[in-house]
Design a protein around this ligand. Structure first.
Ligand code: GLV
Length: 327
């Protein structure tokens, strides 16, 4: 029998073609918006496998009605939209797409860091608003990054790429905090492991690259921002709920930190009247970290291969919960 695969969004063709070449029956959700949780459950009920992404809610309600799924393949490196404990309990392997977007996301973190330091998005808006006056020797001043200290929260695949960029371009000192030490990266980057409070206190730029978990949820909040340098730049390209957004707004307003660059917000999407959008030292992007043609194509290939290999060989090359396959 042909396996029926529900494809929850319009993913890049590279991966879809791979699935089409195999003996699968694909159902594509053609609308631009994601399915609502109810639509997703209704559709998934009649399929064997699901290709999904971070905007699809795969929670307890979903699993109550879709426990029959044979594999879930997530088009993303993060999978906080999926109840992994429940999937594992039901024996459903969950694939994901690590590494494919590490360069692209590190570029966005690095770009945001410079954009905030030089108030780029704000200055762009002044031109649109007809406020480009005369050259001002003391106006619109930013700060330089060279030789400063970069703090990485979550020195993994993407954090390492960000640190490499900062080291090569600006000879920054690298400090980091992780759940477990990354000795290989310490050697590669001459990075120093520090406690969380020291990361807050010592970073000139603090860049977030961890997963969103109950432990990291809103870990960057009011009491933490107060411990940071008033000149510090906070960058988050991981997941919005890792920072407390009202506290972040307040921290910038009251000068506890210099500014912020966000590719992820809490909540998403950010509303256009959010006060952060009109601050000089804040640059915000609409969750586009992995948004290069190269990264998205590769993500679609990895997501497709997770399904193909599972049905061919019983293996999922990039799997979140390997114990369901006995490995
Ligand atoms: C994007 O946010 C991802 O997790 O891949």
């Amino acid at each position: 029998m042909k396996k029926k695969i529900l494809v929850s969004r319009q993913y890049p063709k590279a991966g879809i073609r791979l699935l089409e070449k195999e003996n699968f029956h694909l159902t594509m959700w053609e609308k631009q918006r994601p399915m609502t949780p109810v639509e997703l459950i209704e559709q998934a009920k009649t399929h064997h496998a699901l290709l999904c992404t971070l905007t699809d809610r795969i929670d307890k309600d979903f699993f109550n009605q879709c426990a029959h799924l044979e594999i879930i393949s997530q088009f993303a490196v993060g999978y906080d939209n999926i109840d992994i404990i429940q999937a594992t309990h039901l024996g459903i392997p969950v694939g994901f797409t690590p590494d494919a977007m590490s360069e692209a996301t590190a570029d966005i973190a690095f770009g945001l860091m410079i954009a905030v330091a030089r108030k780029m998005f704000f200055l762009h808006k002044t031109i649109i608003n007809g406020q480009w006056g005369y050259f001002n020797p003391t106006g619109n001043l930013g700060v330089e990054i060279k030789n400063k200290t970069l703090g990485i929260f979550g020195l993994g695949r993407i954090g390492v790429k960000m640190a490499q960029r900062c080291k090569n371009a600006y000879d920054m000192d690298i400090i980091y905090h992780n759940q477990t030490r990354n000795k290989a990266a310490e050697k590669l980057l001459d990075a120093t492991y520090v406690e969380f409070d020291d990361l807050l206190a010592q970073s000139d730029v603090l860049s977030v690259h961890c997963a969103l978990t109950p432990k990291t949820k809103e870990i960057f909040n009011g009491p933490g921002f107060i411990k940071m340098k008033p000149s510090a730049i906070f960058i988050n390209t991981a997941r919005g709920p890792i920072h407390q957004e009202k506290d972040l707004t307040q921290a910038i307003l009251s000068g506890d930190i210099w500014g912020a660059g966000l590719d992820v917000t809490n909540p998403e999407p950010m509303q256009p009247d959010n006060p952060l959008l009109s601050m000089e030292n804040v640059c915000i992007l609409p969750h586009v970290g992995s948004g290069t043609m190269e990264a998205r194509n590769q993500m679609s290939v990895l997501a497709a291969m997770n399904i193909i290999e599972f049905y061919k060989n019983g293996k999922v090359p990039h799997i979140v919960n390997p114990k369901v396959l006995g490995s």
